[in-house]
Write a protein that binds this ligand. Structure first.
Ligand code: ATP
Ligand code: MG
Length: 322
């Protein structure tokens, strides 16, 4: 997409929604979620977070990209597990079935990156009950993709937990856990295939599941978005791995690096730098590039009207509120 179009959007981003015709609003770091009877309205905004902080500046079109990418992957995986999507009435919005969310994040890792690498680097050879071989380096492929679940903490950081820990604490029973592990691995395989078709490596990702009224498993939240996943470019992967250099990533790592260069890594006492407009446009381009690369479709931005008005109109219609 042309840079000028992104520039034009800098002052028309979606920072926050407060739809007065909906109640029960919950503001996450990136999405605004409204409970509406047995449905959930998920609005993906243009907010961006890094190191657990919401940045002051927004990224043009990021919400549209993320929501549509998730919608695309929900479609591409619906034969593996049913998902919560009822409709996507607007590029920023998904209307979903409201389920009983299970309090575990199903993190699947195909490579030794991020948190797993930090554990390994400090000498850890066990991760959530999985034994890791010696001799791996940062971003090495794991012998096989593994599930490294995390508890969804209501406060503070999520914590790694093993299958044994989940069962012992009575969070899930073994049948349900094993079924969700099987599904998560199948989803990861599908994501890996789709990414590979487009020259990308799906490095790791996180799934969330819920149960519907009949106790059926439903994939909820988001799937394979750059906010919930890490991607590398496949063509440079081997060379960079061999040279022990950082991988080219299509994810927030780019933003994290910029912040670190500007003296911020989320530690106490550090102040959040302001993203420049030039950088905001670059980040937007990354997100758009990911969407196009993964889906093989051009990103068609919706710039039809002022976003708040547009979203409100489409929502009222979708929820039959008029
Ligand atoms: N279909 C669904 N049914 C029930 N709960 C859902 C469904 N889809 C998503 N959720 C839940 O809605 C919440 C959405 O919150 P959101 O992801 O925006 O913020 P968060 O998880 O609190 O923080 P973060 O911004 O770091 O992700 C999550 O707790 C998620 O588990
Ligand atoms: Mg979340």
């Amino acid at each position: 997409m042309i840079t000028a179009q992104i520039h034009q959007q800098l002052n028309a981003t979606v920072r926050e929604t407060r739809f007065s015709f909906l109640s029960n609003r919950y503001g996450g770091k990136v999405r605004d979620t409204y409970r509406h009877g047995d449905r959930l309205v998920l609005v993906t905004t243009d907010r961006i977070s890094a190191f657990d902080h919401i940045l002051r500046q927004t990224i043009p079109f990021k919400g549209q990209v993320l929501n549509q990418l998730a919608a695309w992957f929900f479609e591409q995986t619906s034969d593996i597990v049913s998902n919560h999507v009822l409709s996507v009435p607007d590029p920023n919005i998904t209307i979903a079935r409201r389920c009983r969310a299970l309090p575990v994040e199903f993190v699947i890792r195909g490579y030794l990156a991020g948190h797993a690498w930090r554990v390994y680097q400090s000498g850890g050879r066990e991760l959530c009950g999985h034994r890791l071989p010696d001799g791996l380096r940062q971003n090495s492929p794991l012998p096989t993709p593994i599930l490294t679940p995390a508890t969804k903490a209501t406060e503070g950081h999520d914590e790694d937990i093993s299958r044994a820990g989940i069962l012992a604490r009575g969070i899930l029973n073994s049948d349900l856990f094993d079924e969700l592990e099987r599904i998560s691995l199948a989803l990861f395989r599908r994501g890996t295939e789709k990414a590979a078709e487009r020259g990308l490596i799906l490095v790791d990702t996180k799934y969330e599941f819920g149960l519907d009224e009949e106790g059926g498993i439903v994939l909820i939240d988001e799937i394979h978005t750059p906010d919930s996943s890490r991607y590398f470019y496949a063509d440079t992967y081997e060379r960079l791995l061999a040279a022990d250099e950082p991988q080219r990533q299509l994810s927030k790592e780019f933003v994290r690096e910029w912040l670190m260069e500007h003296g911020f890594q989320g530690l106490e006492g550090q102040s959040l730098p302001d993203l420049t407009d030039t950088f905001r446009v670059q980040v937007a381009q990354r997100y758009i590039e990911l969407f196009e690369q993964v889906t093989g479709r051009p990103f068609q931005p919706d710039t039809s009207t002022e976003p708040m008005i547009r979203m409100e109109q489409r929502l009222r219609q979708a929820l039959a509120l008029d």
